[in-house]
Design a protein around this ligand. Structure first.
Ligand SMILES: NC(=O)c1ccc[n+]([C@@H]2O[C@H](COP(=O)([O-])OP(=O)(O)OC[C@H]3O[C@@H](n4cnc5c(N)ncnc54)[C@H](O)[C@@H]3O)[C@@H](O)[C@H]2O)c1
Length: 263
C-alpha cells in the first residue's frame, strides 16, 4: 500500500521539473493528482505519464497568479476526485539568475513577478484549497522554498521571496494546526531541472560560492524532492509542522559563502 493512498493532491507547476517529479511520485504512492500548470500541454504530458503507470490524474490549465483561475482549478479537481487534501505550492522562478542583476538594475516588474510567482501564488492556492481540506477533515501542504530563502543569495528578490515562503509556511501551520492541517516546506539546493541546469550552465551557483557549492558532488534530481515531499505529506512525519527541510546535497551546511566580485 502506498503512503498517499486515498489522498487527492494538487501540484502547481506540475508540468515540468520538480513539480512533474512530485506528481509522478505522489501517484505512485496512491494519490489522485491534479496537475495545475499554465501550460496545459505540459500538464497533459505529466498526466499521461501517470496514467501509463496505472495512476489517476487530471491536467488543468491554471495560472497561479490569478485567483479566479485557481478557484476554477479547485472546483474542477473536487468535481473529478471528490476532495482535495494535499497541496504542493511549487511554482517559482529566479529571474535574477540569468545575469546576476543587482537591485539598482532590477526592474520593478521583475521584483513583482518574482514575489508573485514564488510567494503570492502560495497564498492564493492556500486561500482556495484550505477550505476544501477543512471539509475533508484535514490536509497537508508542502511549499517549495529554496536554500536561497535562508542562506544569503546574490539574487535579492528571489531570496526575499523564498524567505517569505518559509515565514508563510510557519504562519499557516500555526493558523490551521487545529484543523488537522500540517504545513511544511522544502528548501532545494541546485537541482537538475530545466531551470536548474540553465543556472548551472551560466555558472550562477559557482559565482555565488566559488570555492565549493555543496558536499555531495552531484546535482539534485526531481526524485530527491519528491522523496522528501512524500515524507512530509505522509504519516511518517505526523509530528512535523511549520518546518523547513533542506534537500541540497549539503549546500546549506557549507560555511564557505564568498560574495561574487561585481566590478
Ligand atoms: N531548479 C532548481 O535548481 C531549484 C532550486 C531551488 C528551488 N527551486 C524551486 O523549485 C520550484 C520548481 O522549480 P523547477 O526548476 O522545477 O521549475 P520549472 O521551470 O522546471 O517548472 C515550473 C513549472 O511551473 C509552470 N508555471 C510557470 N508559471 C506558472 C503560473 N503562473 N501558473 C501555473 N504554472 C506556472 C511552468 O509552466 C512549469 O511547468 C520553484 O519554486 C523553484 O524556485 C528550484
Amino acid at each position: 500500500m502506498g503512503k498517499l493512498e486515498n489522498r487527492v493532491a494538487v501540484v502547481t507547476g506540475g508540468g515540468s521539473g520538480l513539480g512533474r517529479g512530485m506528481c509522478i511520485r505522489f501517484a505512485a504512492e496512491g494519490a489522485k493528482v491534479i496537475i495545475a500548470d499554465l501550460k496545459l500541454e505540459a500538464a497533459e504530458e505529466t498526466a499521461a505519464m501517470i496514467r501509463e503507470q496505472g495512476g489517476e490524474a487530471l491536467a488543468v490549465e491554471c495560472n497561479v497568479l490569478e485567483a479566479e483561475s485557481i478557484a476554477a482549478m479547485v472546483k474542477a479537481g473536487v468535481a473529478a476526485f471528490g476532495k482535495i487534501d494535499i497541496l504542493s505550492n511549487n511554482t517559482g522562478i529566479c529571474l535574477e539568475a540569468r545575469n546576476s542583476i543587482r537591485i539598482v538594475d532590477l526592474e520593478e516588474k521583475d521584483w513583482d513577478f518574482t514575489m508573485d510567482l514564488n510567494l503570492k501564488s502560495a497564498f492564493l492556492c492556500c486561500k482556495y484549497v484550505i477550505p476544501e481540506m477543512i471539509k475533508a477533515g484535514g490536509g497537508n501542504i508542502v511549499n517549495i522554498s529554496s536554500i536561497a530563502g535562508h542562506k544569503p543569495a546574490f539574487s535579492a528578490a528571489y531570496g526575499a521571496a523564498k524567505a517569505g515562503v518559509i515565514a508563510f509556511t510557519q504562519s499557516v501551520a500555526m493558523q490551521y494546526a487545529d484543523d488537522n492541517i500540517r504545513v511544511n516546506c522544502i528548501c532545494p539546493g541546485p537541482m537538475k531541472t530545466p531551470t536548474g541546469i540553465m543556472a548551472n550552465r551560466l555558472g550562477i551557483y559557482k559565482q555565488a560560492q566559488p570555492a565549493r557549492i555543496r558536499m555531495l558532488e552531484r546535482l539534485g534530481e526531481a526524485e530527491d524532492i519528491a522523496n522528501a515531499a512524500v515524507f512530509l505529506l505522509s504519516e511518517d512525519s505526523s509530528f512535523m509542522t511549520g518546518t523547513q527541510l533542506n534537500v541540497d546535497g549539503g549546500s546549506f551546511a557549507m560555511t564557505v559563502n564568498i560574495p561574487p566580485r561585481v566590478k
